[in-house]
Design a protein around this ligand. Structure first.
Ligand code: URA
Length: 232
């Protein structure tokens, strides 16, 4: 890594370098696809994430299976209180089988401790589980084919909150094509659960000025989780 790359990386990690003083890994994806998964098993009938991941491994329900290395099922705590949803795997995720491990993922991982969370505490998944060619946005039919599995994952995890990362996740989860600036940071619901849409970390890498709003959103998430803790 060159000096310049190192500097850029450290700047990315300082994601809250926008006024506020600081407030309070790569393991195999939970339920990661086993190569010998029994074909024909219905992933939606699975009662745990690991079984569901195995059942989904040979999935060919949409054209994205053609270019993938593997299904990127999801990673994290199967009892997480927060599920983060991105759009789809990129090259690093396709290679490793784990969502959000590239540059954007490293930024997301670095953001979590600012609200008292670690990557292992949360669950991370995507709208589509196979890498779209050239990192294009997932098509409507691809997202529609994959969404039942995200929904089932979320049912099994039963989190308090879903964080929708970026406009593509919001388009498919919330059905909005409005500019993300008009709804980020505003609580809404999906499948009967509280959802907080916020910027995708890749957007924050391209637009560091947006980190200010992103930090405001993360504080809302922290406040929401603290309310639950007080109740519990
Ligand atoms: N971007 C996403 O939306 N998902 C990933 O898993 C990685 C990058």
């Amino acid at each position: 890594m060159s000096r310049r790359e190192l500097l850029e990386y450290l700047q990315d990690l300082a994601w809250r370098d926008v006024e506020e003083p600081a407030a309070a890994g790569t393991k195999r994806a939970a339920g990661a696809a086993a190569p010998d998964a029994a074909a024909g098993e219905d992933p939606l009938a699975s009662t745990d994430l690991a079984a569901m991941g195995r059942a989904l491994a040979p999935c060919r329900r949409c054209r994205l299976h053609q270019g993938r290395t593997q299904v990127v099922f999801g990673v994290g705590n199967p009892r997480a209180r927060v599920v983060f949803v991105g759009e789809g795997p990129g090259a690093d995720e396709d290679r490793t089988g784990e969502p959000f491990v590239g540059r954007a993922g490293q930024l997301l991982t670095a953001m979590l401790p600012s609200i008292g969370l670690k990557r292992e505490d949360v669950y991370i998944a995507n709208v589509v589980k196979c890498r779209p060619p050239g990192n294009r946005d997932p098509e409507q039919d691809e997202a529609a084919a994959c969404l039942p599995f995200l929904k089932r994952q979320i049912e099994l995890i039963d989190p308090a909150v879903i964080v929708c990362l970026g406009r593509v996740a919001a388009r498919h989860l919330l059905g909005t094509t409005a500019p993300i600036s008009s709804y980020r940071g505003r609580w809404t619901t999906w499948a009967g659960r509280d959802v907080l849409p916020t910027f995708h970390p890749a957007y924050l890498l391209r637009n560091p000025a947006a980190k200010r709003d992103s930090w405001a959103d993360f504080k809302k998430l922290r406040a929401r989780l603290m309310v639950d803790e007080d109740k519990g």
